[in-house]
Design a protein around this ligand. Structure first.
Ligand SMILES: Nc1ncnc2c1ncn2[C@@H]1O[C@H](COP(=O)(O)OP(=O)(O)OP(=O)(O)O)[C@@H](O)[C@H]1O
Length: 293
């Protein structure tokens, strides 16, 4: 497991990260979201040792992370790691060798990945000759080539069409299934909501929320919607019930606790048929707006 523990980073007077703590568990696809300048790239650079924290530390499997640990990580930096003017196969193979693979296995792995990404015919092309989406595929190939122990990916899906996102996600899922923690940053909340096991939301250098999608969606007060066959006006003034909206046989309410919810349901049923009764699952975007305001 990768742990970011109380990390603060200052650039002169600017506190880019302010006591940031979160973990990236094994077998979890963890999405790191936040607006421009929230501190995502700075966090990832600190994880990879490109920047040092002002305070705090990064731990890998319980111990302070070392250079040797990082050498086993796959990293896709914001500025992208591959050279535009070099052909893609040799530079991927070279990356593999830099991570300790022998020349032959590195070349084979590079070829296999490029073939899988439908770039098997383009191996001699310079990176810059490829479309942006294909360049992105090659960058992702560069991060995964050497069987990484963890993956740190800065905006890996930017510029990819939905089909390519799914294709890359399928590749990355193979890693999470094997227990490789994956941390990736994104501006696209809908995408993060769809793909991630866990989400960490950063705002102005601080973690404002972290948890599974389900946890974040139901964070805070849960509202219930009730649709009944008879007027629900009696809900007003019922202890343990706060009416948010009421229109004859339809109501949106919050209950003080589970007991009040059960009592409310029983009373509604006593008064007539109940067509539906359940918590309102909010889109994650509502919650995101709330915490990043
Ligand atoms: N080397 C640096 N020197 C000075 N300030 C920096 C440096 N790197 C980052 N910053 C500042 O730190 C803050 C966090 O930047 P960072 O790039 O980590 O945010 P981000 O969440 O990745 O944003 P984006 O999504 O726009 O890439 C910003 O205010 C940025 O201007």
């Amino acid at each position: 497991m990768l742990e970011i523990d109380s990390v603060t980073r200052r650039f002169g007077d600017l506190t880019a990260l302010d006591n940031v703590s979160f973990s990236v568990p094994e077998e979890a696809f963890t999405g790191f979201v936040g607006g421009n300048g929230a501190g995502k790239t700075t966090t990832m650079r600190i994880v990879m040792g490109v920047l040092a924290p002002t305070y705090g530390e990064v731990r890998w499997n319980g111990s302070p992370i070392t250079r040797a640990d990082r050498a086993e990580f796959g990293y896709m930096p914001e500025e992208r790691g591959l050279y535009p003017k070099q052909p893609i196969l040799p530079q991927l193979a070279y990356l593999g060798e830099l991570h300790g693979m022998d020349a032959r296995s590195a070349r084979e792995a590079a070829l296999e990945l490029l073939t899988r990404f439908n770039l098997g015919e383009r191996t001699k092309d310079k990176l810059e000759k490829l479309s942006l989406g294909n360049q992105q595929r090659v960058q992702i190939a560069g991060a995964v080539i050497a069987d990484p122990k963890a993956l740190i990916l800065d905006e890996p899906f930017s510029g990819l069409d939905p089909e390519a996102v799914d294709e890359m996600f399928a590749v990355l899922t193979e890693f999470t299934k094997r227990g490789v923690p994956v941390l990736f940053s994104s501006h696209q909340l809908d995408l993060v909501e769809r793909l991630c096991d866990k989400i960490v939301i950063l705002r102005k250098g601080q973690v404002v929320a972290a948890g599974t999608v389900a946890e974040l969606r139901t964070a805070g007060e849960t509202q219930h919607r009730i649709q009944a066959g008879a007027d629900l006006g009696w809900l007003r003034g019922t202890p343990g019930v706060t009416v948010i909206d009421l229109d004859g046989p339809e109501a949106v309410v919050t209950f003080a606790d589970e007991q009040s919810a059960q009592a409310g349901l029983a009373e509604a049923m006593r008064r007539g048929p109940v067509h539906s009764f359940g918590p309102i699952v909010r889109p994650l975007s509502d919650y995101y707006r709330e915490v990043t305001r």
